[in-house]
Structure formats: C-alpha cells, structure tokens
Design a binder for this molecule. Structure first.
Ligand code: GLC
Length: 741
C-alpha cells in the first residue's frame, strides 16, 4: 500500500513541509487500523532462523513469522535476515497484509557493515568528528544496499569504569568528546541518499553500572545523571536521531525501560524528542526479573506508559496492549501516539514509496574507497603512549624484526574477530589484514620478519616462550602483539581485572629479559592497567580493534608512513584498583600536596599515586610540539560575552605531525564543587617540522554552565582557570574572571 507520495526523500529525513504531508496520510491509515494491527506496529523481533519456535528464546518458526506478517502483527525484523529473506518478508507485508504497511529492517551496524572500521572507542581516539561522520556514512550506504533501513547505533554511553565490557562501543569518559562524536555519527548514518535511521543507546546511565558489571544497577545522583550521562543523548537528539533505545539497567532502583521520569519527563517533555523509543532486547519482559513487574502484562503496561513505543523481541506489546487498551489501563491516545511515531519513521524513510529499497538488486561489491577509508580510520585511531629514545618509527629495511604474541598473526589459528572486535555482524568476504600480513606488505624484505605466537590469549603455549625468546635473541627489535581478544569486551564481557592475562605477561617478561628493544602493540577494548615489562617497554602503541585494515594501518604508523595522531579517549590508570577512573573528578576536601605536604591525611591510596599512568587526551606523535604564548583577549569574560584564548603551537620535531590541542577549564569556587578540569573544546593541527601556528578558542559564559543545586543549568560568576593543553594533566594555564551579570 502506498500513502500519498511525499517529496521523495533526498535523505532519510524529509523536509518539515513533507513531514506535514505525512500526518494527513498517517492519520488516515491510523483510522483504519484495528487494535491488534496497531499493537503489531509496535512489535519488533529477530527473524526466525528457520529453527522451530523456541518460546524461551522467543525464536519463532518461519511459518509463525510469515503468519504474523500477513496479519500485520509485526512491524519489522532486525539483524538475521539476508536480502532474499527480507525481500520475501516485505512482499508478504506490502502485498498480502490487509493494510500493506511495509516492514522496517533494522540491524546493529555499529562500526561498519561489510567494510569493518575500527571499533567506536578506537575511532574516538582519533578525536576526528569528520572521520566519524564519514565512516558512519559509509556503513549506512553498505547496509542500505543490503536492504536495511535502521541501525541500533550510535551507542553514546559514557564509560568511566574500564571493567565494563561495553566501553568499546562508545566514545570513552568525556562528555564533550562523546557529545561531538554522537552528533557526527547520527549525521553520518542519517545523511544523504540511502541513509539509515539512527538510534541513540542505551538510555540511560548504562555505563554507570556498579562494579563495571554489565547490566548491573546504576545508582548515581540526579546531578551526575544530568551532567555526565544524559548530555550525549541530548546531543544525538539535537542532531536528529530517529530513535532512542532503552538500557537494561535500573537507575537508582527504577529500571530504565519503565522509567517515566527519563523516557517521558526528560526525553519528551524537556528535550521535545518526537522519534521512536524502542526497548532493548526483551528489556520490557526483564522488568519481571528486576522484580519491578509481576508478569508480562504488567511489564508491558509499565513500559508502555513510561514511554517505550516499540517492544523488541519479547512480543509483550502484541500480546497485551489490545486488552490493556480495551480494559482502559492504557489510553487509546497513547497507543495511537506510539503507532503514529512508527508510521512516521517508515514514511520518512520512504518505505511506503520504496518498500524494496536495497532489495531489488544484488548487493553491490564492497567499494574500494571504503577500504581506503578503513585504513585511514585505523591509522588515526592508533595512540602512541611511549617512545623511549625515539625508537619509532622503524626503518623498513635493514632490521631483523620478531613479531611475537597471540595477536601477531590471526592466520596462525587466530580469529578474524580479534581484528574486527565486538559487534561485527556483517563482515564482507575480504579477510582482515593481520599484523603479520601488514608488516610483510610494508617491509622491503619480508624475510626479515619472524613471527612467533609465543602464548595463547589466556593460556601459555607449550614451548611458546622458548620459541619467542629464541626469536627475540636473533632479532634487532621485538614487536609484542598482546592484549584482549574480541571475546573479552563487548556485551556481557565485563572483567573483574583490567590487566593482561598472566600468560601474556609472562611472555612479555621473558622477551624483555633478552634486552632487545621492545615495542608493545596493544589489542584492547578498554583502558588497561599495564604492568612490568609491558608498562616499561621502550615503545607502546594502543591499537584497539582496528578492523579490516589493521595490519596495514599499524605498519603505516610503525614505519612512519604516517605519524601517530590518536589521543586517549579513556584514562589508563596506574592500577586496576583505581577504577572507576576519569580525569574530570572533583577536588575533595583533602587534596594531594602541596597544600599539606607533611600530612598523612590525603586522598590517595597508600600504595598507588592517584594520577593516571597515561591521562585522558594523551598521545605522542613523531613530531615534538611546544606550547607557548598563551594569552587571553581580556582578563574578564563579560557576562553573556566571549573570551578568546590563544596559544602558539610549534612543531620542534623532525617530521610532520598532527597535534590535538585541547582546551580545559576549572571553576575554582561554585555552589556545587566542580571537576579539576573539564574539556571545553579541541582542535586538530597538522604542522611541518619547524612550523608554528596560532590556535584560538572562543569561550562563552554559557560554556561554563553546570548543573546547579536545583538540577537546572546555572552559570556563576567568579574565577576560572583555563588550559591550552596536549592532555588532561598538562598544558599552559591562565586564569580569568567571569563578570557578574
Ligand atoms: C543487545 C544490545 C543492544 C542491541 C540489541 C539488538 O542486547 O544491548 O545494544 O542493539 O540487543 O541486537
């Protein structure tokens, strides 16, 4: 069935004029729908795999699924189905159901589709919002060409506890960086022809899980919720995100999926969000496990009345909403409101006019330019933490190199997943480039490379260390490929510790004992607590999970084809016991010296300094950047006015490099204690050797707002410190006064 033709979407989102036309069409359709058909538009599930129906897993048989579609009892399918299965399902929906309402096809397109880009936390290390927009756009094009319309991304949860497994899917610990990346990713997914509707997830405070334990309770103050965890969602909504997904956790005892204060009070009433709220996978049914609902009927009622429009996978809305409306427990108007939002989403995606978008032609071959983009993104995600004696970059010839470790060569019994990282559901047929392959492709004489596994990820390898030590002794330099497998981060992959597995640490200690120069190449989905020979290696590169072009990108950095430019989006602590850890912490009443150098009463652990081993924003390059001549346009920032902050940055190194210049602020005295620093802006600067440039930031009084005692944003006059810095613990400092209004 086709509603009246609106202006064909030049992008996923039609202009507001066309949106008005949507309403008349949609109201007419709504008026024709039965209660069950309305509930059907709010019922989303994963396609039957052909397996027999499995009530425990809610997997339906194909026959049941097709009967649901014909009867208008399902609004869309997610993940699972290929082009042919989606085409078949859509044919049933538009040609055999009573109203012919097209299905939505959704997927977890998190960091690429066929072309796998670096995991989102890696890409966050690039601090490059343009890059994030381009990779999201590329992923959207590929997924749309396979017939998908909607992605369950970007994940915008702030993560400050490295034990939590899902930090890998987000943008790290900082609010500003997370906000800017959220907006870039929403724009990338939704912009242009053939975009995807995007979903800001998981609403809310999912990353605040106690103990960093996935799905655990988040018990935090309303002020921290509003100051830290909500802003990236608001940024995504402001960027036009089509949907918001709830989170599994409770917030101070109220499960997010039934949290009316958040789902309606904040999202609808305060932020005026008019898109679709979808539950996470059976999150409505899980209200029973939370002990918040007695049964499925109550779970459906509580979720729906709290503001969740669409139910994912549980089937509870289809099962219970008609009776709840007929029994007067759910207003009919609330049901129409939710169905209207879903129909509007389908309309804005052009599904009524083009239900078979991406399903009418075989999926095109992967685009070469996307592979190039994957290499660019991977290069920019690598963070150089340490480079003692300028060991890096290495020459491409004349060195005997030993590449040692469980992540040296996935061809050697490893898994492509360990290059792709978590949430890679649709990889293309092209094999990802391992470190070994990338190095061989780069070296003048590949025979100078010796590859030894040395250890398993978690288990020692019989004879592995001996073989590794032997190879190290014959080498001029050792590359240690250590870290986490893809199975060690992601959903339900929280860790009680954040150090390397003992087997890998033992391998590192044995190799380092040979006295050869060691470069550690970390594979990781979180900040790690680095120890012993790993921590003390001459050079340390954080390579996260870099995707399709891993090996080429790491080789590009190792051999200096590009200078590393990544900056940490998460702090690397000294010890695992410091987590949860982030740089924007408050001062406390007993700060560290120099206030009281003699006192024993300090806010610190007795055995570990409070500072991070490597702070947020840290990253070295092959240049050497000096920060000079910090100056403010005037010592007072007029209320409602602006203040310019300038500094001169010079590359004193011998190579061109890119610096990420960061602007931090500290409010010295306020009605609520303020963090020691907060990132307020950043700028990327590429400078040739010897070149200088002036960087200028503009501060407005609104930039100094915080959540006040009444939980409303407030700006207070007074003294502020400002830094222009290369990380959260360095930089040039000045101070200014914000004048009273
Ligand atoms: C999962 C995840 C969510 C994902 C959804 C659908 O449990 O929490 O991020 O989008 O299910 O796969």
């Amino acid at each position: 069935m086709a509603l009246g033709v609106t202006a064909l979407c030049c992008s996923v989102w039609c202009a507001s004029a066309a949106a008005a036309a949507d309403d008349a069409d949609i109201e007419a359709l709504l008026a024709r729908m039965t209660l069950e058909e309305k509930a059907g538009q709010l019922n989303l599930y994963a396609p039957a795999s052909g397996a027999l129906s499995n009530p425990a897993l809610h997997i339906r048989s194909l026959a049941e699924q097709e009967a649901d579609i014909r009867a208008g009892r399902v609004t869309g399918l997610f993940n699972g189905a290929g082009q042919a299965a989606k085409r078949r399902a859509q044919q049933l929906a538009v040609r055999e159901s009573r109203l012919g309402i097209p299905l939505l096809f959704a997927a977890d397109v998190i960091h690429g589709f066929r072309t796998v880009f670096p995991v989102p936390l890696a890409e966050a290390a690039s601090w490059d919002t343009d890059l994030a927009e381009r990779t999201a756009r590329a992923a959207a094009l590929e997924a749309a060409a396979d017939g998908f319309h909607w992605t369950f991304a970007p994940m915008v949860d702030i993560a400050r506890d490295a034990r939590w497994g899902r930090g890998v899917e987000g943008a790290g610990e900082d609010v500003l960086l997370a906000r800017r990346l959220a907006q870039a990713r929403v724009r990338g997914f939704q912009s242009g022809e053939g975009g995807l509707a995007s979903t800001a997830k998981h609403f809310a405070a999912y990353g605040a899980a106690e103990g960093g334990l996935d799905y655990n309770s988040a018990d935090l103050s309303p002020r921290t919720l509003r100051e830290v965890y909500l802003p990236p969602f608001k940024a995504a909504v402001e960027a036009g995100a089509a949907a918001v997904m709830t989170s599994f956790n409770d917030v101070a005892g109220i499960p997010s999926n039934a949290n009316r204060e958040l789902l309606t009070g904040v999202l609808r009433d305060e932020w005026r969000f008019d898109g679709v709220v979808v539950s996470d996978y059976t999150a409505d049914e899980e209200l029973i496990a939370h002990g918040f609902a007695a049964d499925g009927r109550e779970a459906a009622r509580l979720s729906f009345l709290a503001g969740v429009d669409m139910s994912m996978q549980s089937g509870l809305y289809l099962l219970h909403l008609p009776a709840l409306v007929q029994g007067g427990e759910v207003p009919a108007a609330r049901l129409d409101e939710a169905v209207r939002r879903v129909l509007r989403l389908k309309k804005r995606l052009g599904l009524f006019e083009q239900p078979f978008r991406g399903l009418e032609a075989p999926e095109p071959a992967a685009r070469p330019e996307h592979r190039t983009l994957a290499r660019e993104a991977a290069r920019k995600s690598v963070v150089l933490l340490r480079n003692q004696g300028g060991l890096l970059p290495l020459p491409k010839a004349g060195l005997r190199i030993a590449l040692i470790g469980p992540f040296a060569d996935e061809a050697d019994g490893g898994s492509a997943a360990d290059l792709f990282g978590p949430w890679t559901l649709f990889p293309g047929r092209a094999a990802p480039v391992s470190l070994a392959q990338g190095l061989r492709d780069a070296l003048s004489d590949p025979s100078t490379l010796k590859v030894v596994k040395g250890s398993g990820v978690n288990e020692p390898l019989p004879g592995g260390i001996a073989a590794a030590v032997s190879a190290a002794r014959r080498a001029d330099v050792v590359l240690l490929a250590l870290g986490e497998s893809a199975q060690m981060s992601g959903e339900a992959r929280s860790r009680a510790g954040i150090t390397l597995p003992a087997a890998q640490q033992a391998l590192a200690e044995a190799v380092a004992a040979t006295g050869k120069p060691v470069v550690v190449l970390l594979r990781n989905g979180r900040a790690l607590a680095l120890e012993g020979a790993v921590r003390d290696a001459q050079a340390l590169l954080v390579t996260w999970f870099l995707g399709l072009e891993t090996g080429h990108a790491v080789a590009d950095v190792l051999f200096g084809d590009v200078s590393p430019s990544g900056r940490l989006p998460v702090s690397f602590p000294q010890a695992a016991g410091q987590v949860p850890y982030h740089y924007a912490h408050r001062r406390t009443g007993r700060p560290l010296p120099p206030q009281d150098p003699g006192s024993d009463f300090k806010t610190r652990y007795i055995e570990t300094p409070n500072e991070a081993l490597y702070p947020f924003g840290h990253g070295l390059t092959y240049g050497r950047f000096d920060y000079e001549a910090l100056q403010l346009s005037h010592p007072r920032l007029p209320w409602g006015g602006t203040l310019q902050v300038k500094a001169r940055i010079t590359n004193r190194g011998a190579r061109e490099a890119e610096e990420t210049v960061q602007l931090y602020v500290h409010d010295r005295v306020a009605s609520v204690t303020r963090p020691v620093r907060e990132l307020k802006d950043f700028r990327k600067l590429r400078l040739a050797p010897g070149a200088s440039a002036e960087v200028e930031f503009t501060l407005r009084s609104a930039d100094l707002a915080f959540i006040g005692r009444d939980l409303q944003p407030v700006v207070e006059p007074g003294l502020f410190d400002v830094w222009v810095a290369p990380s959260a613990t360095q930089g040039l400092r000045a101070s200014f006064e914000l004048a009273a209004p």
